[in-house]
Design a protein around this ligand. Structure first.
Ligand code: PLP
Length: 235
């Protein structure tokens, strides 16, 4: 049985309280950090709860799952792709997502740009960077980020909002927290450099999940992607 709305509301209130505490602790304005609930593996009701709670968007990591779920959900939610995108799904992703956070190659930039142009729209994207140098994680290498950004900025059918990363896990909770701090500080540094060298703002830093969002907020996250703390463990 999936959780009921009251359970979701209580958890979402708690996550917001923790976000505010993390902001206070580091002197940040809470208005500068948004919560993106991650509804992957959960039923359409999860996305309906998010809309009813008053949040504007959800994150999904599989194209096909999101397309089916979105068709079953009423309301004005925005849908963001946060999972790895295969080339053969780029057209479908451009058609069904309001933003793609997982753009990690020039090939994907080209495919999404062409699909968005063919569909007569401008697709917002984030560039996913492997800022923790994690061999197990997707994301462009930091050294390739300038070329990737230049390729995306050259496409009028794409709008680059900022960067996204996933921190590598450590062997212990302490090590995981340390990896997280280092990864998130690195992403912010990469963003600052790219913004300066390319003359663009790149305001969005999508970083932080259930286990590390306090660290992410301390390092400048503007968007945390949270699944487990809101919907419980995934099967
Ligand atoms: C699943 C997922 C999340 C949410 O993870 P939780 O630990 O459940 O909060 C965030 N970001 C990405 C890219 C994910 O795939």
């Amino acid at each position: 049985m999936f959780i009921d709305f009251e359970t979701f509301r209580t958890r979402a209130d708690k996550v917001h309280a923790l976000m505010q505490a993390a902001c206070r602790a580091t002197g940040r304005d809470p208005a500068g950090v948004k919560l993106l609930p991650v509804t992957k593996t959960h039923p359409p009701a999860a996305a309906e709860y998010v809309a009813r709670y008053g949040l504007p968007a959800v994150g999904e990591n599989r194209v096909q799952e999101a397309v089916e779920k979105r068709a079953a959900v009423s309301g004005a939610l925005r849908w963001e792709l946060i999972g790895h995108l295969q080339s053969n799904k780029a057209k479908l992703a451009a058609a069904h997502f309001d933003r793609v956070q997982s753009v990690d190659s020039e090939k994907l930039v080209g495919l999404l740009a062409k699909a968005a142009a063919d569909q007569g729209k401008v697709l917002p994207i984030l560039l996913q960077i492997n800022a923790g140098n994690d061999p197990a994680k997707f994301g462009a290498e930091p050294a390739d980020a300038p070329r990737l950004l230049a390729a995306a900025l050259a496409r009028p059918s794409l709008r680059v909002d900022g960067l996204m990363t996933i921190a590598p896990l450590g062997a212990t909770p302490d090590e995981t927290r340390a990896h997280a701090r280092r990864t998130f500080a690195n992403l912010r540094r990469i963003r600052d450099e790219l913004a300066a060298t390319h003359g663009v703002a790149l305001p969005e830093l999508s970083m932080g999940m259930t286990g590390d969002f306090a660290e992410a907020i301390a390092e400048g996250s503007t968007l945390i992607r949270v699944g487990t703390a809101l919907f419980g463990p995934r099967e």
